[in-house]
Write a protein that binds this ligand. Sequence first.
Ligand code: BDR
Ligand code: CA
Length: 310
Amino acid sequence: AVPVILDCDPGHDDMFAILLAAAHPRVELLAVTTVAGNGPLEAVTENARRICTLAGLDGVTVAAGADRALRGGQRTAPDIHGESALDGADLPEPAVPLAEDGAVAVMARLLEKADRPVTIAATGPLTNVATLLDRRPDLTQRIERIVFMGGAAGRGNTRPLAEFNVYVDPEAADRVLRCGLPLLMCGLDVTHQALATPEVFERLRAIGGTLPATCEGLLRFFARAYDEVYGMPDPPVHDPVAIAAIIEPGVVTTVEAPVAVELDGTHTRGATVVDLHRVTGAAPNARVAMHLDAERFWDLMLDAIRTLSR
Ligand code: BDR
Ligand code: CA
């Protein structure tokens, strides 16, 4: 199994990422670390613990990280995820403890003691990951690669050209994109193919039980929000795409490309500038996922929920 630290900001789709990482035998989930994003840090951390409790992941380490972007400031997404950052269903009170150390310290400790390089999966703003890279350059070789949901080669969702996770902390995304490690970017190009269609809802309901019912309630809220804000009645379930790409690399089709983050720009701060046609002459620094095998993706996702429901 691939040892994975999942850094996230749950968040509806982050929940699906946690479930997939926890359930699939090809992932050894070392920790779930949290970062302010979809909601303030306290909210997303509480959500992470509730999700782990609901899914019976009693042994998993949960640690809280950054409560604001590298340069300060915090932007959340209540329009999409509600006031709790996970509106739409009642999750159990958190029974899974919160680690005393912060996310970056927990990540560093896990990297230090790992017997093989660890994959970092990031499905929130990249603040914690950037801080780890800055604070502990000695641990860089212990990271196998960073797989993140964020950015877009095409259009954005929070600004016309900026995706939420990158827009919230562009300096952190820039730090990660220039770190020299193997990177896989799962941006909106590919996550907008992971749509929760009526068929997905049907298959979820057919599993039966508390976890699928909770997932359904959450997805219904998410679908309504996406329809209101973006006119997309079948919402894109972004974050688990990054986990699916770790489990089964062939689920996404990727291209190697130079990717830069716009840090200034009058209208474009937080945009990921993906040089797909290699017109800049810059060296490629990331693989960028462009196509998703949506059928396979949903098979993996629904199997995970089925496994955790047993
Ligand atoms: C990303 O932003 C968040 O709202 C989602 O959880 C996902 O990680 C999509 O732009
Ligand atoms: Ca997220």
